[in-house]
Design a protein around this ligand. Sequence first.
Ligand SMILES: [Zn+2]
Length: 249
Amino acid sequence: MVSRKDFSDWCAETLQTALFKDYAPNGLQVEGKAYIGKIATSVTASKAAIDFAVEQKADLLLVHHGMFWKNEPPTVTGWKKERIAALLRHDINMAAYHLPLDAHPELGNNAQLAEKLGFTVERRFGEQNLLNSGSLKQVRTLGALAAHIEAVLQRKPAVVGDLNREIRKVAWCSGGAQGFFQTVIDEGVDLYLTGEISEAQYHLANETGTAFISAGHHATERYGVRALGEAAAAAFGLEVCHFDENNPA
Ligand SMILES: [Zn+2]
């Protein structure tokens, strides 16, 4: 067992949350019981994830996407009321770590994704150092790399570029980071991998020759929160369980 406060302090210290400017509060978002013996992890604090935490008798739901985003209405109505009511009814804490969890050099989404996909991290750059660049441990064509990503992440990526082209240098950022594509083009890599694509990136990829892979927002952010949950469980001797949804986005 660990107190809610010690758990939150450990997360803040481990993830260096104070160093980030974010769009939602990092840390405890909904307060539950004072002591935690079991954690459930999920990418998002969805109703399905909360129901899983209830079923598992978890004392804390640890997520990457919490609630209370910057441009969201501040009212507690509709789906938000249902989520919060379920947490409060069962006295379950909900803690969320967003950008600090993308960026952490070992537990973060970007670091975990690199490990899963066989990328070596050479440099962190761009806004709040959220972008990573490095090399493929094994040089592959764009087509072969896309097939490898599909096999690892269990989801078919959207690919823009010449499938026969050899990929050596790659930049990546988990989640909805397609807006960083120009910064990546300026970095001079062969490929940018992120979780989402918008209309403009198709043209930029074709016109600049920097290949683009959109591998799924959820699929690229599955691993950080699990790693954080495992690390916290090891640090405090807690039980941990993981929830995954078949989210195609
Ligand atoms: Zn995200």
